[in-house]
Write a protein that binds this ligand. Structure first.
Ligand code: ADP
Ligand code: MG
Length: 630
């Protein structure tokens, strides 16, 4: 099979998109590769197709659990074996999956970068027959990028374990500086670099500096047909704006990460299937959502970086038809943005305090806690210790950078069980403990194969089947867990916080102060770039492309600045055009005023009469009171 056969057989596509084929060829030639394609450009295929063409397994590093799960599900639906390992999974569960990657037919192993830190993962990887290492969202490795993830720096150690395996790094957003950083930090050897222009011809970028943003929002939604996205600054506002739109007879819903999982998926589905026309969301919405016919993306507030803006705005018009990216931001928003970031940057003392409070929050003794993982509720934690949310997020990132802990995003893990004893021993236990017999039978019957791998269970189904309360059921499962009859991992829908080192006291903490200063500067630069974009009257596309190091781009002709220029040009040319027409007509002979007005094509009657009067005043044409002539 060649690459086109694979594309057809597994994906059902007939041809590759621009650059996909070149990138795949480079990977197949065992070259290290850096691929920059805009969001939706089809980056996944660039590593998935070559991996399918070769024997062995492809390791994929990806920062977001939601993205990993999505891709694994997609591959499985195509009949390709793929698994993912991420925060919140138990040690034993990871063990089993890794074994399958060594001995099984698994073609793709997705890993969060945090997972690379652990020894069991490293040792097992060295036993796998790896054909390719793919680093998705590779800009996360750069501290110059907008979404730096310190654990990404660990990836290069994979190269020591697997020195002969080629690496492909993929991203949609990277300035020249970040590209260089990716190559250096991943130690790419003589890499082949592929870059698709970031220009989006069908996307009109528009900025409005207005006081009444809500009114404008309604105007936009009424004028532009089709579905859209509205980004707002916080969770509360998602609901407020959505209700406001509904009051204006616009079909709308809201979305943020704090909603219950099932509610989130329902809202997302309704929007994807056009049951809801407008989704009002925080930036938690949109990653990995591949809806081609989004006609507008409106930001009701300034984004925190142009990278983030380009990504979010870029969700409009993936089908290449006309679409609008509108930023509504006024002077007070600009001030608020500056204030928000300068005031929420944590000091070294505050970082230490955050760490100290975490120790109390989880009741860890000094010197303890290494490797322990806990569900983390940021809002609850901040409330308990009276801390600012943004500042705390900042502090946690620094603690992550300095190797004290790692933090994963919100993840949903269904409850899982694995029997730890064999069939005969289990049977003996059932006889001796008749109270547990119905539960065990139920699990075995409904979720087969739970002796050699974790199987997902649903507690509510089990309560119905057994006629016991939820608490009783969970109590029984926990008891079986304690007795080491089975391993029970209850479901979570929360971020996980893991301590990487034994708890230290504040005097003996090692905080990288230089690094904090650097981050501050990077943040200031990013915010200045956003403010410049919002307030500079230059083609929006040129501004964005210049930011991504595509200099000398052509004017887009469709952004607010280009359109205003066109209008100004036209109004300047207008009198000249009228004068030309009047003169041309009079050259054929004298004309009555009525004939003259009727004969000129440009302008309305008032404009024509005004122009005739001006030409008379200037002596360029004459009249005898009845006819007009040159
Ligand atoms: P990216 O990671 O660059 O944002 P994805 O890899 O998620 O993009 O692909 C975006 C969408 O484009 C997916 O739905 C994918 O199936 C589709 N796609 C990718 N390559 C092709 C192709 N050659 N032909 C048709 N559709 C494609
Ligand atoms: Mg992608």
């Amino acid at each position: 099979m060649n690459k086109t056969d694979i594309l057809k057989q597994y994906w059902g596509f007939d041809s590759f998109r621009p650059l996909q084929e070149d990138i795949i060829d480079a990977v197949l030639a065992h070259k290290d590769t850096l691929a920059l394609l805009p969001t939706g450009g089809g980056k996944s295929l660039c590593f998935q197709v070559p991996a399918m063409l070769q024997e062995g397994i492809c390791l994929v590093i990806s920062p977001l659990i939601a993205l990993m799960k999505d891709q694994v599900e997609n591959l499985k639906a195509k009949g390709i074996e793929a698994v993912a390992i991420y925060a919140g999974m138990g040690k034993r569960e990871i063990d089993i999956l890794l074994d399958n990657c060594i001995y099984g037919k698994i073609k793709f192993l997705y890993l969060s970068p945090e997972r690379l830190l652990s020894d069991i993962v490293r040792v097992r990887i060295s036993h796998m027959k790896v054909n390719l290492i793919a680093i998705d969202e590779a800009h996360c490795i750069s501290q110059w990028g907008y979404d730096f993830r310190p654990p990404y720096l660990q990836i290069k150690e994979l190269r020591t374990i697997l020195p002969k395996v080629p690496v492909i790094a993929l991203t949609a957003t990277a300035t020249q500086f970040v590209r260089k950083d990716i190559v250096e930090k991943l130690e790419l050897k003589d890499p082949q670099v592929f870059v698709k222009s970031f220009a989006r011809k069908n996307l009109s970028y528009v900025v409005f500096d207005l006081e009444d943003k809500y009114k404008k929002l309604v105007d936009i939604i009424r004028n532009v047909k089709g579905c859209g996205l509205v980004y707002v600054r916080n969770r509360r506002e998602t609901a407020e704006v959505s209700f406001f739109l509904k009051r204006n007879q616009i079909s709308a819903d809201y979305y943020h990460a704090g909603l219950e999982r099932s509610e989130r998926s329902r809202k997302q589905e309704d929007w994807k299937s056009n049951k809801t026309r407008v989704m009002v969301a925080t930036n938690a919405f949109g990653m990995g959502i591949d809806k081609p016919d989004v006609r507008f993306v409106v930001h009701l507030d300034l984004p925190e970086s142009l990278e983030a803006y380009y990504q979010e705005a870029g969700r409009a018009g993936r089908d290449e038809h006309r679409a609008f990216a509108v930023l509504l931001a006024n002077k007070s928003d600009q001030k608020a943005l500056e204030y928000k970031y300068s005031n929420n940057f944590p000091s070294v003392e505050e970082i230490k305090k955050t760490y100290h409070y975490l120790g109390s929050y989880y009741q860890l003794a000094y010197g303890m806690g290494e490797g322990l993982s806990f569900p983390f509720d940021l809002a609850d934690y901040c409330k308990k210790f009276n801390l600012g949310v943004l500042k705390t997020i900042g502090a946690l990132k620094f603690l992550e950078h300095d190797g004290y802990l790692t933090l994963s995003e919100n993840i949903f893990l269904q409850s899982r069980v694995l029997f730890l004893i064999n069939n005969e021993d289990l049977y003996r236990f059932q006889i001796e403990n008749a109270g547990y017999d119905p539960l065990i039978k139920s699990i075995l019957r409904s979720y087969g194969g739970s002796f050699d791998q974790y199987v997902k269970i649903n507690e509510y189904d089990l309560t119905k089947r057994l006629g016991v309360s939820f608490n009783t059921l969970v109590g029984m499962l926990k008891r079986l867990h304690e007795l080491e009859i089975l391993s029970y991992l209850p479901q979570t829908d929360q971020p996980q916080l893991q301590f990487l080192r034994p708890r230290a006291d504040q005097l003996h903490m090692d905080i990288d102060v230089k690094y904090i200063e650097l981050r501050k500067k990077i943040q200031d630069d990013q915010i200045s770039a956003v403010l410049a974009y919002a307030s500079t009257a230059q083609c929006r596309s040129i501004q964005l492309l210049a930011y991504f190091d595509e200099p000398a781009a052509a004017k887009c002709g469709v952004c607010d600045v280009c359109l205003a220029e066109k209008r100004a040009e036209e109004s300047k040319e207008f009198p000249e055009k009228l004068e030309f027409e009047i003169a041309t007509l009079l050259q054929t002979g004298p004309q009555s005023l009525d004939d003259l007005v009727a004969g000129v094509k440009t302008g309305n009657e008032t404009e024509k009469l005004n122009q005739i009067r001006e030409l008379l005043d200037a002596g360029k044409i004459k009249t005898d009171g009845k006819n007009y002539y040159l």
